[in-house]
Structure formats: structure tokens, C-alpha cells
Design a binder for this molecule. Structure first.
Ligand SMILES: *Cc1c(COP(=O)(O)O)cnc(C)c1O
Length: 336
């Protein structure tokens, strides 16, 4: 099935040492009480770029020859930040291509990391064409956000860290988009402990991996504005790694609504004092809404990133209604 092995993940761990942090794994008393057993949070929001993507990007860029003219990618933001950061660490030029749906805070963040941010079109697919052109005409190397063996191995180091620290884990909740994160974590964790359950969670509108697993082959889905904006985008019709790995290694894939994500963002803030993107709280949202079958503890949720628009976040924590593209999420103060 897979061309990626545990050896790739253990060598990635050495490559990223000193660049990506071994993030804390902390208990959530509120979720522990709710689940009746230990619930842990893996704080990837504490990484230098504010998200786990630094792991995969550094692993992939470290594997390149020094003489490539530059690296590029299309990204909803965090992968772009990871590539920008890792390229700077290696003294390489980076051009990050993204769609106009990407929040301004993420665009600014990438520019601050020293990379060029190029805005193209309304969807990640259009941004992907510009990446293709840069590679074809200027010799850049495209770093895939999820469908690359080095990227998957890099993200998999999270699974390694989890199981090294807590070999007794029974369930891991992983936000799911292109599936590089879930594929890497599932491979690492299940190699160490085959009985551990790994659950992927996405938003219910535009969940490409969920639709693809259901269809039995990679399919395209319409894109929507979502509080979980880091989970948007397709998995690629020519997907080589992450589709098969997620199909074969995930025990369950669950979808949550925008309202459930909204409430989980409030909860993580008020109960655990953590500022996190909508994309990070989908696991908590799925547990709170009773959608997950594998609720065996100890359980860990990956808090994947913190790069969000703070105006939107303050609206959410104060319980205001929120406009998202063509829909309005009805807000209410936390605890009511
Ligand atoms: C990229 C990303 C994900 C999803 O990772 P995939 O490998 O695409 O499934 C989840 N959360 C955040 C914050 C991300 O940036």
C-alpha cells in the first residue's frame, strides 16, 4: 500500500530537531470530565510558525539539492508559512501562491517570514496552476501541502512524539483535509501500537477526503467558506499517497457543522484558555456532538494551529453572529 515507512518518519524526526519543537501534550480537565477518562491536547499551535506544517515543510525542503532556484506551493496559509520558514532556514527563495479566500492575516504572516505571497483566483486549483507554471518555466520545486512522502513523514513525527510520551493512548483525533497529517500520524502511531484508533475529522461542507473515501477514488468537491479554513481544498485527482493511506489507516472519518466548530472554539478558549483556529477544534466538536464511535481514553486531539483572524475570534468568544460567505452562523455567549 504505502511507499512511506516508519524509517522515513524516524529520520524526519532527526531532520526537524531544533527547528520544529517537540510540542507539549497537556491535559484538558474539561474534556477529561466530559469523556470520563483522560483527554490530552497536543499543542502544535505552539510551533514557531503557529502550526504543525513546519514539520513536513522542513523535512521536504531539507531533502532538496542546494542549487534549486526556489521552492513554491499553493496553500491556505499554514503550509505556505511552513514552506516560507523552512526555505529561509536553508537560504532558499520561496514563492507562495494562494487564492483570494485566504484571510489577510495569513497573507501578512507569510510576507513577514520573508517569502513572496502571490494571490491568484478564487480557489486553490487556480493557485495550483501558477505553481505549475513556476516549476515548468523557472525550475522551482513544488512542495505539496500533503501529498508528498517527505511531508507525510514530517507530519508523522507528531504520531511518534505522542506514542513515545504516552504509549497507553487509545484514540487520536486528527483534523483532516488533504490527509498528510492524518496519514503520517496514523502510520507512526499504528506501527508502534496497532490497536490505537485514529479518527479524521473535517467540516461538513467541502470535505474532499471524506467524499473521496466514500467514492473509492479521489473526487473534487465544491469549496465553501468555513471557520475551519485550513481544512479547505481538494486532495488532487492524481493523489499518490495521502488518499490510500487515509483510506487504509483511518478507523473513522467524521464531519462537523460550522455551529459545532463555533462552540468548540469558544469552549477551548474558556475552558482551556487556548486560542486556536476552527480547524483545530473539529475533534473536540465531534466529541461534544456525540459523533465519534471510538471514544476510548486516554485520547489525544491535535491542536494544529493558531493562525486566525483575531477580529473574527473575538466575535466568536463574545458570542456574536458571524457572517461566513453566503451564510450566517448564529452566535451565543459561551455556557448559555
Ligand atoms: C493543514 C492543516 C490541517 C490539515 O492537514 P492535512 O495534512 O491537509 O490533512 C489541519 N489544521 C491546520 C491548522 C492546518 O494548517
Amino acid at each position: 500500500m504505502t511507499f512511506i515507512s516508519m524509517d522515513d518518519i524516524t529520520s524526519a524526526q532527526q531532520v526537524i530537531a531544533g527547528i520544529a519543537d517537540q510540542t507539549p501534550l497537556v491535559p484538558s480537565p474539561f474534556m477529561t470530565e466530559h469523556c470520563g477518562g483522560e483527554f490530552l491536547l497536543k499543542l502544535e499551535n505552539m510551533q514557531p510558525i503557529g502550526a504543525f506544517k513546519i514539520r513536513g515543510a522542513m523535512t521536504a525542503i531539507a531533502a532538496l539539492p542546494q542549487d534549486v532556484p526556489g521552492v513554491t506551493c499553493f496553500s491556505t496559509g499554514n503550509h505556505g508559512r511552513g514552506v516560507a520558514y523552512a526555505a529561509a532556514k536553508r537560504g532558499m527563495k520561496a514563492v507562495i501562491c494562494m487564492s483570494s479566500l485566504v484571510p489577510q492575516a495569513k497573507v501578512d504572516g507569510i510576507r513577514a517570514l520573508g517569502a513572496e505571497a502571490r494571490i491568484i483566483g478564487q480557489s486553490q486549483d487556480e493557485a495550483a496552476f501558477e505553481v505549475e507554471r513556476l516549476c515548468r518555466e523557472e525550475g522551482f520545486v513544488d512542495i505539496s501541502p500533503f501529498d508528498d512522502r517527505h511531508v507525510i513523514a514530517g507530519q508523522g513525527t507528531i504520531g511518534l512524539e505522542l506514542m513515545e510520551k504516552r504509549p497507553d493512548l487509545e484514540t487520536i483525533l486528527v483534523p483532516l483535509s488533504g490527509g498528510g497529517l492524518a496519514a503520517g500520524i496514523a502510520l507512526a502511531a499504528k506501527t508502534i501500537k496497532p490497536s490505537v484508533k485514529v479518527v479524521g475529522i473535517s467540516m461538513d461542507r467541502g470535505a474532499a477526503m471524506h467524499a473521496s473515501i466514500k467514492a473509492g477514488t479521489p473526487v473534487e468537491v465544491e469549496e465553501f467558506n468555513s471557520l475551519a479554513d485550513s481544512l479547505g481544498g481538494g486532495i488532487g485527482l492524481d493523489n499518490q499517497y495521502s488518499f490510500e493511506m487515509c483510506r487504509d489507516l483511518l478507523d473513522e472519518v467524521v464531519l462537523v457543522t460550522e455551529e459545532e466548530i463555533y462552540r468548540a472554539m469558544q469552549q477551548l478558549y474558556y475552558e482551556d484558555r487556548i486560542v486556536a483556529e476552527g480547524s483545530c477544534v473539529v475533534g473536540i466538536a465531534a466529541i461534544m456532538s456525540g459523533k465519534i464511535t471510538h471514544v476510548k481514553t486516554p485520547m489525544a486531539a491535535i491542536i494544529t494551529g493558531r493562525n486566525l483572524d483575531m477580529n473574527m475570534f473575538t466575535q466568536i468568544v463574545s458570542g456574536q453572529d458571524l457572517r461566513l460567505g453566503d451564510t450566517v452562523i448564529k452566535g451565543q455567549p459561551y455556557g448559555l
